[in-house]
Write a protein that binds this ligand. Structure first.
Ligand code: ARG
Length: 446
């Protein structure tokens, strides 16, 4: 039996075959379960418009659910010579069910099949990322609250600038994640629209019921215009990549801060010895490799939107095989970022803060603004107070008052962590993950 869906009288050259299949046999394994969900929905719809009998549909569903179980047990493979997951599933159905298997592709193309697979994969992946981000957020807020009274130097130009605190430092990254969550939410909404039924990108002359597959798959809505549905390939991935990159950007900056603050020259934080790595030559070393790898991986993840853009750059509308390559970059990004978020959470929970940084006189000058403001509050014009304190410092006459009185929103004395948490929850809770999950469960129910 020919293993290409499209093979007719000629057989394809093996070199061409290897090149065009590329890494699909491996990467499409990540899409397999979603391809099956799409096929269950599609065949249900085909029966509703009279293109399959109830018996044919039930046979297809039984077989598809068995294949789904194989994917769950890690037994699903894409055979040599088979191009992709779509071909593999159809091949398995046809081997088992004969002509019934050959009917399932009515009214669809691998173009809308891979579109729907990617949407379902991404929807699931985004849920996992959002949940991971929430856990990390919780740990950051916890550390912030725990250390809200522990002061540390704040820097501008990497020069000692003004008093800051561990409460502010941890909390800043929590709030950064609350903004990243907005991107994730937008990405989730954009990805939660059904492209199935757009077929090769121009629809079908069969009276497809796209509303039905939209509901069965638990999508919020559909990509209505069939040409636009196909144009979403690459665009959706790029926009999701922006959201992933936003989270990665937060983690990379946190990692850099942590590496720097962990250095002996700063000594602001310490990692438990079990969370550091050693040197093969220098017996004293306890290196923060975790943060360094987090930084590198998360910096690389921030290249993802650009990588995707470069692949789709200047493609006109309509399907092109170029789009296949996006999977190579896009699909692994989810597990990579998920791992980084998990590791960041683990390590953030274990950061030990130095509670005694400010006894070191090198940080005394950072209280200069506090003194200027104290004089200004007593009535001295700000510019005069500024000058007086500046001259005192130059003359070596500055004795800092280290009692900090910051009260406004978001300052050392008033972190507003509960407000930040509220913003985060509002965004997170507006995504209805359960709708997607329960639709998928219903499709798999025997
Ligand atoms: N592997 C292909 C991809 O990822 C599937 C779609 C193939 N469609 C086609 N017209 N050759 O894009």
């Amino acid at each position: 039996m020919a293993k290409k869906l499209w093979e007719k009288s000629t057989t394809v050259n093996p070199e061409i075959e290897r090149f065009t299949i590329g890494k699909d046999r491996e990467l499409d394994l990540l899409l397999a379960r979603y391809d099956i969900l799409g096929s269950i929905a599609h065949s249900t719809m085909l029966r509703s418009i009279g293109m399959l009998t109830t018996e044919e549909m039930e046979n297809l569903h039984n077989e598809l659910r068995s294949i789904y179980e194989e994917t769950e047990h890690g037994n699903f493979v894409i055979e040599e010579g088979v191009e992709d997951v779509h071909s593999q599933v159809e091949l398995m159905l046809t081997r088992k069910l004969g002509d019934t298997g050959k009917k399932i592709h009515s009214g669809r193309s691998r173009n809308d099949q891979v579109l729907v697979d990617l949407k379902l994969f991404t929807r699931n992946g985004l849920q996992e990322i959002c949940e991971g981000v929430m856990t990390l957020f919780g740990s950051l807020i916890e550390q912030s609250e725990k250390h809200k009274d522990v002061l540390m130097p704040g820097y501008t130009h990497l020069q000692v600038a003004m008093p800051s605190s561990f409460g502010l430092w941890f909390g800043a990254y929590a709030e950064s994640l609350a903004d990243d969550m907005l991107f994730l939410k937008a990405a989730y909404s954009m990805c939660n629209r059904n492209p199935l039924g757009s077929a090769a990108g121009y629809g079908s002359s069969f009276p497809l019921n796209r509303t039905m597959t939209t509901e069965l798959l638990g999508f919020d809505s559909m990509n209505y215009n069939v040409v636009y549905a196909q144009m979403g390939r690459g665009k959706c991935e790029r926009n999701v990549a922006y959201a992933l990159a936003s989270v990665a950007g937060t983690l990379a900056k946190l990692a850099f801060d942590a590496c720097m603050f962990n250095s002996q020259n700063f000594g602001f934080i310490k990692l438990p010895a079990q969370c550091t790595t050693g040197s093969s030559i220098m017996p004293h070393k306890k290196n923060p490799d975790v943060f360094e790898l987090l930084r590198a991986k998360c910096n690389r993840l921030q290249a993802l939107p650009t990588d995707i853009i470069l692949i789709m750059n200047n493609l006109p509308s309509g399907y092109f095989r170029d789009l296949q390559i996006i999977k190579e970059l896009f699909l692994p990004a989810f597990s990579e970022l998920k791992e980084c978020i998990g590791m960041a959470t683990y390590i953030v929970q274990r950061i030990e803060a130095n509670r005694d940084i400010l006894s070191d006189q090198r940080y005394d000058a950072m209280f200069s603004v506090e003194e200027v403001n104290r004089l200004a509050l007593e009535g001295m014009p700000f510019r005069d107070a500024y000058k007086k304190v500046g001259l005192d410092i130059e003359a070596g006459n500055f004795a800092p008052d280290k009692n900090i009185r910051h009260t406004h929103e978001g300052s050392i004395g008033n972190l507003c962590n509960e407000k930040i948490t509220e913003l985060m929850h509002e965004t997170f809770c507006s995504m209805d993950f359960e709708k997607a999950r329960s639709a998928e469960r219903a499709l798999l129910k025997r």
